[in-house]
Write a new protein. Structure first.
Length: 257
């Protein structure tokens, strides 16, 4: 009897983690321009809209999740390396069906990217440190530092038709890990997000480049027991005032956190 009672109690205990699947989409438009050429300084402004469904809604465009404005200053005076300083304003919207609440989040960002040439492509590595400022669901002001590390590969595709509409095409993919360092009463775990993406990119003109792909990410909610799996399409359009023969979108910031 004791054995069967213990077995029944064990069977009824909740699993340590639960999983929810949420379709999402990310659309981004970037504008880059030179600031001070002799100092290797450039500027960039990113505009991003994220939409999503819910645990029960399969439409990735059902709800607006957030709108982001993100200005950058970058320094490219090192060989194969680029440094970034940025600020992001994230307006996040309430989605009751997914448990999202409305808040305004601000981020201060320092980022470094290193790129190596491959025979027919490039390998890129990125480290980003950012601090998030926002009010939580109870209205408590939070400051959450976060470290992000990304590694990815660009494959340069052969241009068989010089007259093709899209120029200098690429197939790229990356993996990114994010760790957060929040107060224990807000988020007991350091793991935040594991993100993967694969995408196709090419030039429309020497000033305009486009990206289309898919993203999948696993994010641990602040309760420490619920993993949300976001998945869906990503799109990006970049206008550069300085013409480029090839754009690989190493620093594209698609995500549904």
């Amino acid at each position: 009897m004791l054995f069967f009672a213990s077995s029944g109690a064990f069977a009824q205990s909740p699993p340590p983690y639960t999983f929810g699947f949420i379709p999402a989409s990310i659309g981004e438009t970037d504008f880059s321009f030179p600031l001070i050429k002799k100092w290797h300084l450039d500027g960039e402004v990113d505009l991003q809209i994220v939409t999503q469904g819910s645990y029960d809604t399969g439409n990735p465009f059902a709800y607006a999740q957030r709108f982001v404005v993100r200005p950058w200053i970058s320094y490219s005076g090192f060989k194969n390396m680029k440094l970034w300083l940025g600020y992001a304003r994230n307006k996040k919207y309430e989605i009751k069906e997914a448990g999202n609440y409305e808040t305004l989040e601000r981020r201060l960002i320092i980022m470094g990217s290193f790129s190596e040439k491959l025979p027919k492509g490039s390998l890129f590595q990125q480290v980003r440190f950012e601090t998030k400022f926002f009010d939580d669901r109870q209205g408590i002001a939070r400051v959450v530092p976060r470290i992000r590390a990304r590694v990815g590969v660009n494959h340069f595709l052969r241009q068989n038709n010089p007259q093709a509409f899209l120029k200098s095409p690429n197939i790229s993919y990356y993996m990114e890990l994010m760790l957060k360092f929040a107060d224990k009463d807000y988020a007991p775990n350091k793991f935040d997000i594991l993100r993967q993406s694969i995408y196709y990119s090419a030039g429309i003109t020497k000033n305009i480049h486009a990206l289309a792909g898919v993203i999948a990410q696993m994010q641990l909610r602040t309760n420490g027991t619920q993993f949300d799996i976001y998945y869906g399409p990503i799109f990006s359009l970049r206008y550069s005032f300085t013409p480029k023969a090839r754009e690989t979108f190493d620093n594209v910031d698609g995500g549904g956190d």
